[in-house]
Write a protein that binds this ligand. Sequence first.
Ligand code: G6P
Length: 607
Amino acid sequence: MCGIMGYIGPKDAKEVLIDGLRRLEYRGYDSSGIAVLDGAELRIARAVGKISSLESLLGKEKISGNLGIGHTRWATHGRPSENNAHPHMVNGVAVVHNGIIENYAELKRELISKGSVFRSETDTEVISHLIDSYLSKGEDLFKAVISAIRRLEGAFAIAVVSEKEPDYFIVAKNFSPLIIGVGEGENFVASDIPALLPYTRRIITLSENEIAKISRDKTEIFDIRNGVQIKPEIKTVDMSPSVAEKEGHKHFMHKEIFEIPKVFTDTMLGRIDRENSELLPDELAVRTMDFSRIIIVACGTSYHAGLIGKYYFEQISKIPAEAEFASEFRYRNPVLKKDDLAIFISQSGETADTLGALKDVKELGIPTLAICNVMNSSIARLADNVIYTRAGIEIGVASTKAFIAQTEVLLMLSLFFASRRGTIGEEERKRLINEFSRMPGILKNTLKTESYIKEIAPRFIRSRDFIYLGRGINFPVALEGALKLKEISYIHAEGYAAGEMKHGPIALIDEDVPVLVIANRGSNLKKIISNILEAKSRGGILIGVITKGDEETKRLLDFAIEVDETDEFFQPFVNSLPLQLMAYHIADMKGTDVDQPRNLAKSVTVE
Ligand code: G6P
């Protein structure tokens, strides 16, 4: 949800900014812009559309300088247009912003009454006018930015550059992510690490309510609330710039699906002792173990992982569990108890609704645990405990490998709780732990379903609706499969609990509607077969994900994607891969923008 980039140093700022914005484009891509100090003048270039549009514009405009800020936008206030694109400049001071200023309407009214003239519909422009109003009262740039920030309510990460201050720029943060990249005689800022990797691996993560003054060879950080200077903590990130490259794949999403077997191995590394069939406590050990209920809170794909987690906690650990959309959970005053454990799942660790829910729960003194992919992200830092998924940077907007890693962590955690509470027998525990070691191989095998999926995908590129059905633990997998298809192919898809089909969706089924059924061998198969027959007798096109060698089920289907047999608790992993590949190939054949689907953003830092 918007990406910010900033640079000061000997290089051509424009080049660095464009390169960084490209790597941040997954955060928003409806318009972009840069402001570069060119001699004594701040020059702005903004364009609607992707970074390539901005690049074409810059090909015509000769802008050069060594200090600048840039932005790639996901529209919240005001449609995508050149005027609404950032940076917003007032009297030689330019601002870029990620987040939402919640009290912008009242601030705007106040500023207009004092003579400010607004040129955009954005909330960001109030920041520019506020800074200008404090500058005209005689404050210096740094003080004026602090005074402006003190008036703001909501979430923001901002970067500010002024024509009158050619030796530094300012960044500040409250709930939207911002990191500083430390170079030799040059410094950078960005919303996320991949943007910085070609330049430096030494980073400082800004915390809430921090403001930094960034010059070529110095970064000074202060607490916005009391002005006290804070010693920066520089960390070296162990990542190669290639994480942000497609490495021969056509899309990041494809690359990321093919990374899943490795991600599965990485995520269990050091957490499972295969020899002794034990789970190693390390971070799996939640500070308190005497909770009587688990509440899982998340959004989007992470919520679907949470729904699978609910099955795990109930069936393996025998702990009552609920999974909730963060955006709903926050505003319905849920009844929580001191002996609940609240788990927050987020790939990015920045999703505003999930972060907001975490804050509310923490205030009630309830123990919290985060499952995040991005190290040091806001949710990871705020929760009492964090377990990291080790999926690596996920760039495709549609989440794939992170979903698998989240589900894997939930399965490990449920086993861990079960072992500690004695709700699982020794044999069963050993069997499940053994299944963990088989998974990377099974997942590699599952990727081979791609050739068949590619063969059948052209049949569905003109479909208007799709129904995904699953039962039990595979119901959330069906929801996630449908979400993937919607997100990237723009085909309407509904995930449904197979048993509920007869209470509504069956009315949609005819010969134009493909019905994808998850029908592995297992406790639910007989019932799923009844659902297949119900759909078939209404003329639906039946696609099934089935267990290899299950000829009986295969005969009932028009298309059968065959996966290896595995324990039921592990079926979500093997079933998700073909569903992700199916969505990918249909979308790719339709020619949609797979990695950056319309209207979406990777990280939604607004409510
Ligand atoms: C956005 C992304 C989804 C993601 C959801 C939650 O909608 O497009 O892929 O599942 O946010 O994100 P999180 O980072 O909290 O997992």
